[in-house]
Every structure is written in structure tokens, then in C-alpha cells.
Design a protein around this ligand. Structure first.
Ligand SMILES: Cc1cc2nc3c(=O)[nH]c(=O)nc-3n(C[C@H](O)[C@H](O)[C@H](O)COP(=O)(O)OP(=O)(O)OC[C@H]3O[C@@H](n4cnc5c(N)ncnc54)[C@H](O)[C@@H]3O)c2cc1C
Length: 498
């Protein structure tokens, strides 16, 4: 057993070292295939999930002198943040990518690890593709990046946006279910509310695109209260959230990117934790035995006084808990589905659209890809067009072959950027719905009736089990920043309890 583990570990370290993960241990399939015996470890705290939330919690617990083991199901850290290799030797980001103003905690974490940021390419015109017409438009005018729809639609959209921002100020980010109008707002979908308020079709179109771009869910799927909470959460303790900050590139959530790719942050963070991070270790059960918890993963069991579960709620529900979790916590996690999302990245020799005066950002009412970004590297040594595939569009293609998706994506890119877009040098597709340890993204969302009925169970510990993950964050819920905030919050909670 010892020799088998040494061998599997060494072989993994070869690969891990290349990504900066040297020191991180691998167990799971390799180790369990080698022997039926499990590795056993003891720690003050077992952390389930090696995404930004779990790793941040572990960092703070270790800094406070506690022993920690992080159990991560995949053979990599980062969860919904991943760098994907390109055929030309470069890389692109398959998950969380952008950061922006008021996302202070992810920024501080990246700074502490020496991961710098650069501005998302945003020079030139945006493109509106609507009703079969392609309209490039400048974003430095009075309307900013708002697409040039008809005047009545613009007036309606401006009024609706102001109303949403105002309603959001009435939603406490730490307890949306306590808002004075929580019940009224939680018993209707965003679609119902939009139909009553965004009455001009072109205005409704703008909010539909904004909704699928932010949540990767259709307006009919979301509680209005959840949408208002999400807007309120798009800020920090001193700066109230706004819808604009969610949707914008300049001065918004898409403003900057990480040098070396976003996964540099969790990779470097995991490296500071060394072999406290165990890869290939999906946790199957959490069992209370006396005063301690047995956290059983493939190939390893950790005995710990406290457990941090840093997973999206629907995945946390796939673990077997003994004793059972309180009913309201389980009902909550039964009711928070993941959005449906994919990213399609087409790579070209050059970012040719820049020469046409375009910044690579599209808003469209058709096709599989309705929102795009220029994902080229900072030195523009090659071009990369990244397209989001979201909600209904993703679900329609979840079971399709990569070639089928590629054909549909390139058809859209050609409509938006011309025939050159039909011939990429390579193409990368990341479908989160088909990822066993995410099952969608970017975030779990609340349909009507969930926050008011079950919201209080979101962060309430169940005995010695504590909850983290971006879905538990008060600010920047759904974002990398929210994941980091949740890890910092849960570490404080656990330290106070230990
Ligand atoms: C396509 C896409 C685009 C996005 N774009 C942005 C963006 O531009 N900016 C931004 O800020 N955010 C973005 N996000 C969201 C952001 O990536 C997430 O909010 C954040 O990474 C969540 O971190 P987390 O640690 O809470 O969860 P996760 O990253 O999901 O981490 C959970 C970890 O737990 C592991 N796990 C699951 N089950 C088990 C188990 N049973 N046992 C052990 N481990 C388990 C998973 O493998 C994963 O590593 C995007 C997400 C996606 C999918």
C-alpha cells in the first residue's frame, strides 16, 4: 500500500508540478484501486471542496494554527475556475474569469499570491445583433454600453433598471427574506415582473439577455426576490450593488482578467497548503461518531472536530449525512438548481475583429451564443473569441457532440464577425452541466418561494458542519469574490466554535 501510494503520488506530482501544484496529494481512484484500505487522517477541520471557498477557509484556519485537510473530488483545484490548454500552447479560461470593482476579497487574495490583473479588451465598438441586423455601436456616449434599441424601449429600460436598483436597496444582503416586501417579491418570477414593467419588447429583450448572461437561467426560472438580492449583492459594505455593475465591462464585473488565467489563484493558494490538499477524493459521507466527524472520501477518511462543506448546495446534497441534516437545510438544497452554462472559445491567428473596430463583445437575440468577449491574451499574440452558451441554449446542446456545438457556434461567430470567424485554428468547449462535480453554473439560484421559506438554513451550521461556497456569500454571491468571502466567513465561524 505504502509503495503504491508513493508511486501514484510521485506520478501525479510530475503533472502537478507543471501546474504549480507540487506538494498537493492525490488519492481517490488511483489509491483506492491500488488497495481497499483507506488512508486515515485526523485534523481539527475537514474541508470538503477545493474551490476558492474551501481553499480560502483552509488558508485562514491554518493561519490560526489549526490542522486542516481539504478533500477535493477532482484531480485539480479551482472547481468552477479552470484554465484550459490550447493547441497553440496558450490557455483560456473555461469558468470564472473576470473581476471588477468592489470585488475586494478576490483581489486581495490574488494580490497576496502575486497574481496580477489586466484590463479586459474593451477598445472599439460593441455589436448588437437583433432581428437579423448587425449594428456596431460605440460605448463612450451617454448610453454607455446599452445597445441602440428604439427610443421608447430605451426609456422603458432606463426606468425599469432604476426601479430594480431601487428595490434592491430594500433587500438586506445577509437576510433577503426579511425585506419588507420579501413575500410579494418571492412569490413571482422575474419573468412575471418583467412582463408587467418592461412593456416595450426591445426593453424586455435587454433584460432577457441581461438575465441569461448573469444567471444562465431564464427569467421564468428565477424568483424576483432572488434577482433583487443578487443586484444588492453586487457591491460591498460601503458601495450598494447595482444592476449596471453586474452587466458592464468598464467599471463593472467584467472589467479585468488575471494574468496567467484565473486558475492561477486557486493553484497558487493550494500550493501554500501543500499536502493538506488531497485531490481525487470525492467525499461520499459525513458521519458523526462521538464528538467527531468521519468524513469518508474515495481512498481517504478524515476524522475532524468540525467540517466545512464548500460546495454548491445541490452538490452538497449528494453527500450522505448521518445523522440526517435538519429537514429545512435538505429542502433548501433540493430547491436551489444550478444554472446551465458553457463556454465556447474559438482561437485564431490574430484578433482580426479588432482591425474592423470591434471589441469582440456582442449582444444578440439569436443563436447558441448570444454574448461574447475577446479572450485574446494581453499581448494579442493570437486571437480568441469566447462565447457564453446559456440557459435554454445550453440545455438544447447538452447532449450534442462537440462538432455539432462547434458548427452552431461558428455559424453565430460568422454572423457577428464575418467569414474569417468560420476558420479558427482550434476550438475549445467547456460544458459545466456535464461536469460531475459542478453540474452547471455559474451559480445555484433560487426559484420563487425558496428564500422566504428556507433562506435562514443557508448558512446556519448543522451541528459541527459549516457551510461555505459562493452561494452562501452576502456580497458578490455567485462570483469568485463571493467564494473567497464565504471562505473567510466560515473560517471565523469555525474558529469561534472550536
Ligand atoms: C462558465 C462560468 C463562468 C463564470 N464567470 C465568472 C466570472 O467571470 N467572474 C466571477 O467572479 N465568477 C464567475 N463564475 C463563478 C465562479 O467561478 C464561482 O462563483 C466560484 O468559482 C465558486 O467557487 P466555490 O469555491 O464556491 O465553488 P466551486 O468552485 O464549485 O468549488 C467546489 C469544489 O468542490 C468540489 N466537489 C464537488 N463535490 C465534491 C465532493 N463530494 N467531495 C469533494 N469535493 C467536491 C468541486 O470539484 C469543486 O472543486 C463563473 C462560473 C462559470 C461556471
Amino acid at each position: 500500500m505504502a509503495r503504491e501510494r508513493q508511486l501514484s503520488r510521485r506520478s501525479i506530482l510530475g503533472g502537478a508540478a507543471a501546474t504549480g501544484l507540487a506538494g498537493v496529494a492525490l488519492t481517490g481512484t488511483t489509491a483506492s484501486a491500488a488497495s481497499a484500505a483507506r488512508e486515515a487522517r485526523e485534523a481539527d477541520v475537514a474541508v470538503v471542496g477545493g474551490g476558492l471557498a474551501g481553499l480560502t477557509a483552509a488558508r485562514d484556519l491554518v493561519a490560526a494554527g489549526r490542522s486542516v485537510v481539504v478533500l477535493e473530488a477532482r484531480d485539480r483545484v479551482g472547481g468552477r475556475v479552470v484554465n484550459l490548454k490550447l493547441a497553440n500552447g496558450g490557455f483560456t479560461e473555461g469558468g470564472g474569469e473576470f473581476i471588477g470593482p468592489t470585488q475586494d476579497r478576490i483581489k486581495a487574495l490574488a494580490d497576496s499570491l502575486g497574481v496580477a490583473t489586466f484590463a479586459t479588451y474593451n477598445t472599439g465598438k460593441n455589436l448588437l445583433y437583433k432581428d437579423g441586423t448587425r449594428t456596431p455601436y460605440a460605448t463612450d456616449g451617454l448610453l454607455g454600453s446599452v445597445p441602440p434599441i428604439d427610443v421608447a424601449g430605451l426609456a422603458n429600460a432606463a426606468a425599469v433598471q432604476a426601479l430594480l436598483d431601487d428595490m434592491a436597496t430594500k433587500v438586506p444582503v445577509d437576510a433577503p427574506w426579511t425585506a419588507a416586501k420579501a413575500e410579494e417579491w418571492d412569490r413571482q418570477t422575474f419573468e412575471t415582473w418583467l412582463r408587467a414593467n418592461a412593456v416595450i419588447p426591445s426593453a424586455k429583450f435587454l433584460f432577457d439577455v441581461a438575465c441569461t448572461s448573469i444567471f444562465s437561467a431564464q427569467p421564468r426560472e428565477l424568483s424576483l426576490l432572488h434577482v433583487l438580492f443578487y443586484i444588492a449583492a453586487a457591491g460591498n459594505a460601503s458601495t450598494p450593488g447595482t444592476l449596471e455593475r453586474l452587466t458592464e465591462t468598464a467599471a463593472g464585473a467584467q472589467e479585468n482578467r488575471f494574468v496567467g488565467g484565473s486558475q492561477q489563484v486557486p493553484i497558487k493558494l493550494a500550493a501554500t497548503l501543500g499536502d493538506r490538499v488531497v485531490l481525487g477524493a470525492p467525499v461520499r459521507s459525513i458521519t458523526l461518531s462521538g464528538s467527531k466527524y468521519l468524513v469518508a472520501a474515495d481512498g481517504i477518511t478524515v476524522t475532524a472536530r468540525r467540517v466545512v462543506v464548500a460546495l454548491p448546495p445541490p452538490l452538497a446534497a449528494r453527500i450522505t449525512y448521518d445523522p440526517l441534516l435538519p429537514a429545512d437545510r435538505d429542502q433548501l438544497s433540493q430547491r436551489l438548481p444550478m444554472g446551465s452554462i458553457g463556454k465556447a472559445i474559438a482561437v485564431y491567428d490574430t484578433p482580426f475583429w479588432r482591425a474592423d473596430g470591434l471589441n469582440g463583445q456582442v449582444v444578440s437575440d439569436t443563436g447558441i451564443v448570444r454574448s461574447t468577449f475577446d479572450n485574446s491574451p494581453p499581448d494579442a499574440s493570437y486571437g480568441a473569441l469566447m462565447g457564453f452558451i446559456e440557459a435554454d441554449e445550453m440545455r438544447a446542446f447538452d447532449a450534442s457532440s462537440v462538432d455539432e456545438v462547434k458548427a452552431a457556434v461558428l455559424k453565430d461567430y460568422a454572423l457577428y464577425f464575418g467569414d474569417k470567424a468560420k476558420s479558427p485554428t482550434s476550438f475549445v468547449l467547456q460544458r459545466w452541466d456535464n461536469e460531475g462535480f459542478s453540474r452547471g453554473g455559474p451559480v445555484a439560484y433560487a426559484p420563487p418561494g425558496v428564500l422566504t421559506e428556507y433562506g435562514p438554513a443557508l448558512r446556519r451550521p448543522a451541528g459541527g458542519i459549516h457551510w461555505a461556497g459562493t452561494e452562501t456569500s452576502t456580497y458578490w454571491n455567485g462570483y469568485m469574490d463571493g467564494a473567497v468571502r464565504s471562505g473567510e466567513r466560515v473560517a471565523k465561524e469555525v474558529l469561534a466554535a472550536l
